[in-house]
Design a protein around this ligand. Structure first.
Ligand SMILES: [Zn+2]
Length: 319
Protein backbone atom coordinates (compact mmCIF):
# COMPACT_ATOMS: atom_id res chain seq x y z
CA UNK A 1 0.00 0.00 0.00
CA UNK A 2 2.97 2.32 0.54
CA UNK A 3 3.68 2.09 -3.16
CA UNK A 4 0.03 2.95 -3.94
CA UNK A 5 0.04 6.08 -1.79
CA UNK A 6 3.43 7.24 -3.12
CA UNK A 7 2.28 6.86 -6.71
CA UNK A 8 -1.21 8.33 -6.17
CA UNK A 9 0.10 11.31 -4.16
CA UNK A 10 2.44 12.04 -7.02
CA UNK A 11 -0.09 11.64 -9.82
CA UNK A 12 -3.32 12.94 -8.31
CA UNK A 13 -2.38 15.14 -5.34
CA UNK A 14 -1.44 14.50 -1.73
CA UNK A 15 -3.78 12.40 0.42
CA UNK A 16 -4.25 14.79 3.37
CA UNK A 17 -5.03 12.39 6.25
CA UNK A 18 -2.83 10.22 8.49
CA UNK A 19 -4.70 6.97 8.20
CA UNK A 20 -6.88 4.78 6.01
CA UNK A 21 -8.72 1.58 7.00
CA UNK A 22 -9.82 -1.42 4.96
CA UNK A 23 -12.67 -3.05 6.89
CA UNK A 24 -14.08 -6.44 5.98
CA UNK A 25 -17.85 -6.31 5.62
CA UNK A 26 -20.69 -4.86 3.56
CA UNK A 27 -21.26 -6.03 0.00
CA UNK A 28 -18.59 -5.69 -2.64
CA UNK A 29 -16.78 -2.45 -1.88
CA UNK A 30 -18.17 0.80 -0.53
CA UNK A 31 -16.11 3.93 0.02
CA UNK A 32 -16.24 6.24 3.02
CA UNK A 33 -13.89 9.03 4.07
CA UNK A 34 -10.65 7.46 5.34
CA UNK A 35 -12.08 3.93 5.12
CA UNK A 36 -13.78 1.36 2.95
CA UNK A 37 -15.91 -1.71 3.57
CA UNK A 38 -14.76 -4.63 1.45
CA UNK A 39 -15.97 -8.22 1.21
CA UNK A 40 -13.46 -11.07 1.50
CA UNK A 41 -13.51 -14.45 -0.28
CA UNK A 42 -11.90 -13.03 -3.39
CA UNK A 43 -8.87 -13.83 -5.47
CA UNK A 44 -5.81 -11.77 -4.57
CA UNK A 45 -6.00 -9.66 -7.72
CA UNK A 46 -9.71 -8.96 -7.22
CA UNK A 47 -9.03 -7.94 -3.62
CA UNK A 48 -6.28 -5.54 -4.69
CA UNK A 49 -8.48 -4.22 -7.50
CA UNK A 50 -11.43 -3.37 -5.29
CA UNK A 51 -9.15 -1.98 -2.53
CA UNK A 52 -7.45 0.34 -5.01
CA UNK A 53 -10.72 1.51 -6.57
CA UNK A 54 -12.33 2.31 -3.20
CA UNK A 55 -9.13 3.96 -1.97
CA UNK A 56 -8.98 6.23 -5.02
CA UNK A 57 -12.39 7.58 -4.03
CA UNK A 58 -10.48 9.33 -1.23
CA UNK A 59 -9.23 11.77 -3.85
CA UNK A 60 -12.41 12.33 -5.85
CA UNK A 61 -15.21 11.64 -3.36
CA UNK A 62 -13.71 12.47 0.04
CA UNK A 63 -11.34 15.32 -0.68
CA UNK A 64 -12.75 16.98 -3.80
CA UNK A 65 -16.30 16.15 -2.77
CA UNK A 66 -18.05 16.70 -6.09
CA UNK A 67 -21.79 15.90 -6.16
CA UNK A 68 -21.96 12.15 -6.80
CA UNK A 69 -25.62 12.17 -7.77
CA UNK A 70 -25.44 15.03 -10.25
CA UNK A 71 -21.98 14.19 -11.65
CA UNK A 72 -21.37 10.48 -10.99
CA UNK A 73 -18.71 10.50 -13.75
CA UNK A 74 -16.61 12.99 -11.75
CA UNK A 75 -16.48 10.52 -8.87
CA UNK A 76 -16.81 6.92 -10.16
CA UNK A 77 -15.28 7.74 -13.54
CA UNK A 78 -12.28 9.59 -12.15
CA UNK A 79 -11.78 6.94 -9.42
CA UNK A 80 -11.87 4.27 -12.16
CA UNK A 81 -9.33 6.20 -14.24
CA UNK A 82 -7.02 6.61 -11.24
CA UNK A 83 -7.44 2.96 -10.22
CA UNK A 84 -6.44 1.82 -13.74
CA UNK A 85 -3.29 3.94 -13.47
CA UNK A 86 -2.44 2.62 -10.00
CA UNK A 87 -3.06 -1.04 -10.92
CA UNK A 88 -0.91 -0.65 -14.02
CA UNK A 89 1.87 0.87 -11.91
CA UNK A 90 1.71 -2.08 -9.47
CA UNK A 91 1.98 -4.45 -12.44
CA UNK A 92 4.97 -2.54 -13.78
CA UNK A 93 6.63 -2.87 -10.34
CA UNK A 94 5.74 -6.58 -10.34
CA UNK A 95 3.91 -6.17 -7.02
CA UNK A 96 0.77 -7.83 -8.41
CA UNK A 97 0.34 -10.38 -11.20
CA UNK A 98 -0.67 -9.20 -14.66
CA UNK A 99 0.92 -7.58 -17.65
CA UNK A 100 1.92 -3.91 -17.65
CA UNK A 101 0.15 -2.02 -20.44
CA UNK A 102 1.35 1.04 -22.28
CA UNK A 103 -2.15 2.43 -21.87
CA UNK A 104 -4.40 0.86 -19.21
CA UNK A 105 -7.55 2.68 -20.39
CA UNK A 106 -7.97 1.09 -23.81
CA UNK A 107 -10.24 -1.67 -22.47
CA UNK A 108 -12.62 0.96 -21.07
CA UNK A 109 -12.71 2.65 -24.46
CA UNK A 110 -13.76 -0.65 -26.06
CA UNK A 111 -16.44 -1.21 -23.40
CA UNK A 112 -17.78 2.32 -23.92
CA UNK A 113 -17.89 1.91 -27.71
CA UNK A 114 -19.75 -1.41 -27.53
CA UNK A 115 -22.34 0.16 -25.25
CA UNK A 116 -22.60 3.33 -27.36
CA UNK A 117 -23.28 1.19 -30.43
CA UNK A 118 -25.95 -0.80 -28.55
CA UNK A 119 -28.21 2.24 -28.63
CA UNK A 120 -28.80 2.08 -24.86
CA UNK A 121 -26.42 4.86 -23.86
CA UNK A 122 -27.67 7.88 -21.86
CA UNK A 123 -25.79 11.17 -21.48
CA UNK A 124 -23.42 11.86 -18.58
CA UNK A 125 -25.62 14.76 -17.50
CA UNK A 126 -28.29 12.27 -16.32
CA UNK A 127 -28.82 12.31 -12.53
CA UNK A 128 -27.49 9.04 -11.03
CA UNK A 129 -30.98 8.01 -9.88
CA UNK A 130 -32.67 8.72 -13.20
CA UNK A 131 -30.93 6.46 -15.71
CA UNK A 132 -33.45 4.04 -17.22
CA UNK A 133 -31.14 1.00 -16.82
CA UNK A 134 -28.35 0.03 -14.41
CA UNK A 135 -26.04 -0.71 -17.32
CA UNK A 136 -26.58 2.80 -18.74
CA UNK A 137 -25.69 4.24 -15.32
CA UNK A 138 -22.67 1.95 -14.92
CA UNK A 139 -21.31 2.65 -18.37
CA UNK A 140 -21.81 6.41 -18.08
CA UNK A 141 -20.49 6.84 -14.55
CA UNK A 142 -17.59 4.36 -14.48
CA UNK A 143 -16.63 3.61 -18.07
CA UNK A 144 -17.38 6.82 -19.98
CA UNK A 145 -16.13 8.85 -17.00
CA UNK A 146 -12.77 7.10 -17.37
CA UNK A 147 -12.89 7.45 -21.16
CA UNK A 148 -13.63 11.19 -20.78
CA UNK A 149 -10.32 11.71 -18.96
CA UNK A 150 -8.55 9.64 -21.61
CA UNK A 151 -10.07 11.90 -24.31
CA UNK A 152 -8.80 14.95 -22.42
CA UNK A 153 -5.35 13.36 -22.19
CA UNK A 154 -5.46 12.95 -25.98
CA UNK A 155 -6.68 16.53 -26.55
CA UNK A 156 -4.37 18.26 -24.04
CA UNK A 157 -1.33 16.02 -24.49
CA UNK A 158 -0.23 13.69 -21.69
CA UNK A 159 2.11 16.03 -19.82
CA UNK A 160 -0.33 18.95 -19.75
CA UNK A 161 -3.13 16.59 -18.74
CA UNK A 162 -1.15 15.26 -15.74
CA UNK A 163 -0.42 18.83 -14.63
CA UNK A 164 -4.08 19.77 -15.08
CA UNK A 165 -5.29 16.85 -12.93
CA UNK A 166 -2.94 17.89 -10.12
CA UNK A 167 -4.06 21.49 -10.45
CA UNK A 168 -7.70 20.39 -10.31
CA UNK A 169 -7.07 18.54 -7.04
CA UNK A 170 -5.01 21.31 -5.47
CA UNK A 171 -7.38 24.09 -6.56
CA UNK A 172 -10.62 22.40 -5.58
CA UNK A 173 -9.84 20.12 -2.64
CA UNK A 174 -12.54 20.40 0.07
CA UNK A 175 -14.48 22.87 -2.13
CA UNK A 176 -17.02 20.67 -3.96
CA UNK A 177 -16.24 21.40 -7.63
CA UNK A 178 -18.92 21.01 -10.30
CA UNK A 179 -18.42 20.15 -13.96
CA UNK A 180 -17.75 23.82 -14.85
CA UNK A 181 -14.98 24.04 -12.27
CA UNK A 182 -13.33 20.89 -13.58
CA UNK A 183 -13.36 21.97 -17.23
CA UNK A 184 -12.19 25.49 -16.34
CA UNK A 185 -9.03 24.07 -14.73
CA UNK A 186 -8.43 21.89 -17.79
CA UNK A 187 -8.76 25.03 -19.96
CA UNK A 188 -6.51 27.16 -17.79
CA UNK A 189 -3.72 24.58 -17.67
CA UNK A 190 -3.83 23.85 -21.41
CA UNK A 191 -4.73 27.29 -22.77
CA UNK A 192 -7.32 25.52 -24.94
CA UNK A 193 -11.05 26.10 -25.17
CA UNK A 194 -12.86 22.93 -24.18
CA UNK A 195 -16.54 23.94 -23.95
CA UNK A 196 -17.22 22.17 -27.27
CA UNK A 197 -15.85 18.87 -25.94
CA UNK A 198 -18.03 19.14 -22.88
CA UNK A 199 -21.11 19.98 -24.95
CA UNK A 200 -20.64 16.87 -27.05
CA UNK A 201 -19.13 14.30 -24.71
CA UNK A 202 -20.93 15.16 -21.47
CA UNK A 203 -24.23 16.63 -22.63
CA UNK A 204 -24.97 14.28 -25.55
CA UNK A 205 -24.44 10.66 -26.60
CA UNK A 206 -22.94 11.72 -29.94
CA UNK A 207 -19.94 9.63 -30.98
CA UNK A 208 -16.58 10.06 -32.73
CA UNK A 209 -15.83 8.57 -36.15
CA UNK A 210 -13.04 9.85 -38.38
CA UNK A 211 -11.97 8.20 -41.61
CA UNK A 212 -9.08 8.21 -44.07
CA UNK A 213 -10.92 8.32 -47.36
CA UNK A 214 -7.82 7.98 -49.51
CA UNK A 215 -4.53 9.46 -50.68
CA UNK A 216 -3.36 10.73 -54.03
CA UNK A 217 0.20 11.95 -54.35
CA UNK A 218 0.86 13.78 -51.10
CA UNK A 219 -2.77 14.67 -50.42
CA UNK A 220 -4.65 12.65 -47.82
CA UNK A 221 -8.43 13.10 -47.74
CA UNK A 222 -9.87 12.83 -44.24
CA UNK A 223 -13.55 12.60 -43.45
CA UNK A 224 -15.59 13.21 -40.32
CA UNK A 225 -18.47 10.69 -40.17
CA UNK A 226 -19.23 11.32 -36.51
CA UNK A 227 -20.88 14.10 -34.57
CA UNK A 228 -18.10 14.78 -32.04
CA UNK A 229 -15.25 16.85 -33.52
CA UNK A 230 -11.74 16.01 -32.31
CA UNK A 231 -8.19 17.15 -33.09
CA UNK A 232 -6.39 14.44 -35.08
CA UNK A 233 -3.03 12.73 -34.61
CA UNK A 234 -1.96 11.29 -37.95
CA UNK A 235 0.95 8.85 -38.22
CA UNK A 236 2.55 8.16 -41.60
CA UNK A 237 4.90 5.17 -41.86
CA UNK A 238 7.25 5.38 -44.83
CA UNK A 239 8.83 2.51 -46.75
CA UNK A 240 12.26 3.59 -45.42
CA UNK A 241 10.99 2.77 -41.93
CA UNK A 242 10.68 6.40 -40.83
CA UNK A 243 7.61 7.60 -38.97
CA UNK A 244 6.13 11.07 -39.55
CA UNK A 245 3.55 12.56 -37.20
CA UNK A 246 1.07 15.25 -38.25
CA UNK A 247 -1.26 17.04 -35.88
CA UNK A 248 -4.52 18.70 -36.97
CA UNK A 249 -5.99 20.94 -34.24
CA UNK A 250 -9.72 21.62 -34.11
CA UNK A 251 -10.40 25.28 -34.82
CA UNK A 252 -12.77 25.54 -31.83
CA UNK A 253 -9.90 24.60 -29.47
CA UNK A 254 -8.23 27.95 -30.31
CA UNK A 255 -4.80 26.42 -29.85
CA UNK A 256 -2.70 23.26 -29.99
CA UNK A 257 -1.53 20.62 -27.59
CA UNK A 258 2.09 20.54 -26.46
CA UNK A 259 4.61 17.82 -27.21
CA UNK A 260 3.80 14.62 -25.38
CA UNK A 261 5.41 11.25 -24.80
CA UNK A 262 3.10 8.98 -26.79
CA UNK A 263 2.81 11.21 -29.90
CA UNK A 264 5.96 13.25 -30.42
CA UNK A 265 7.81 15.40 -32.96
CA UNK A 266 4.59 16.22 -34.71
CA UNK A 267 4.16 18.82 -37.41
CA UNK A 268 1.28 21.19 -36.66
CA UNK A 269 -1.05 21.54 -39.64
CA UNK A 270 -3.81 24.06 -40.25
CA UNK A 271 -6.98 23.87 -38.14
CA UNK A 272 -9.96 21.72 -39.09
CA UNK A 273 -13.16 23.75 -38.81
CA UNK A 274 -15.68 21.46 -37.11
CA UNK A 275 -18.38 22.33 -39.67
CA UNK A 276 -16.30 20.94 -42.57
CA UNK A 277 -17.05 17.26 -43.30
CA UNK A 278 -13.68 16.71 -45.02
CA UNK A 279 -10.09 17.92 -44.71
CA UNK A 280 -7.21 17.82 -47.19
CA UNK A 281 -3.97 16.93 -45.44
CA UNK A 282 -0.87 17.78 -47.50
CA UNK A 283 2.02 15.71 -46.18
CA UNK A 284 5.76 15.83 -46.97
CA UNK A 285 5.81 12.27 -48.31
CA UNK A 286 4.40 10.80 -51.49
CA UNK A 287 1.92 7.95 -51.76
CA UNK A 288 4.51 5.74 -53.46
CA UNK A 289 6.91 6.05 -50.50
CA UNK A 290 4.33 5.19 -47.85
CA UNK A 291 3.46 1.88 -46.19
CA UNK A 292 0.58 3.04 -44.04
CA UNK A 293 -1.32 6.00 -42.58
CA UNK A 294 -3.20 5.89 -39.31
CA UNK A 295 -5.50 8.27 -37.43
CA UNK A 296 -4.61 8.16 -33.71
CA UNK A 297 -2.03 5.36 -33.62
CA UNK A 298 -2.12 5.60 -29.80
CA UNK A 299 -5.74 4.36 -29.99
CA UNK A 300 -6.74 6.77 -27.23
CA UNK A 301 -9.44 8.54 -29.22
CA UNK A 302 -12.80 6.81 -28.64
CA UNK A 303 -13.49 6.36 -32.35
CA UNK A 304 -16.43 3.98 -32.85
CA UNK A 305 -15.01 2.61 -36.10
CA UNK A 306 -11.22 2.09 -36.05
CA UNK A 307 -11.38 0.06 -39.25
CA UNK A 308 -11.55 3.22 -41.37
CA UNK A 309 -8.78 4.97 -39.40
CA UNK A 310 -6.15 3.02 -41.29
CA UNK A 311 -4.91 3.24 -44.87
CA UNK A 312 -4.58 1.03 -46.82
CA UNK A 313 -7.91 -0.34 -45.62
CA UNK A 314 -7.60 -3.85 -44.23
CA UNK A 315 -10.19 -6.56 -44.77
CA UNK A 316 -12.84 -6.26 -42.09
CA UNK A 317 -12.61 -9.41 -40.00
CA UNK A 318 -14.22 -8.26 -36.79
CA UNK A 319 -15.77 -5.11 -35.50
ZN1 LIG B 1 -16.47 3.43 -6.91
Amino acid sequence: MDEVFTFANDEFGKYPFDGYSFIQGGDGGMEYPMATLITGNRTFISLVGVCVHELMHSWFQTVLGSNESLYPWMDEGFASFAASEVMNHLKEKKLIPGEYEKDPHLKSITRYIIFALSGREEPLTTHADHFTTNSAYGTAAYTKGEVLLEQLRYILGDKTFDEAMLRYFNTWKFKHPNANDFFRVMEKQSGLELDWFREYFVNTIYTIDYEIEGISGNNIVLKNNGLVPMPLDITVTAKNGKIYNYYIPQEIMRGEKNEETCFNNFKIMSDWAWTDPTYQLKIDQDEKDIISIEIDSSKRMADINRFNNIWPRMEKTSR
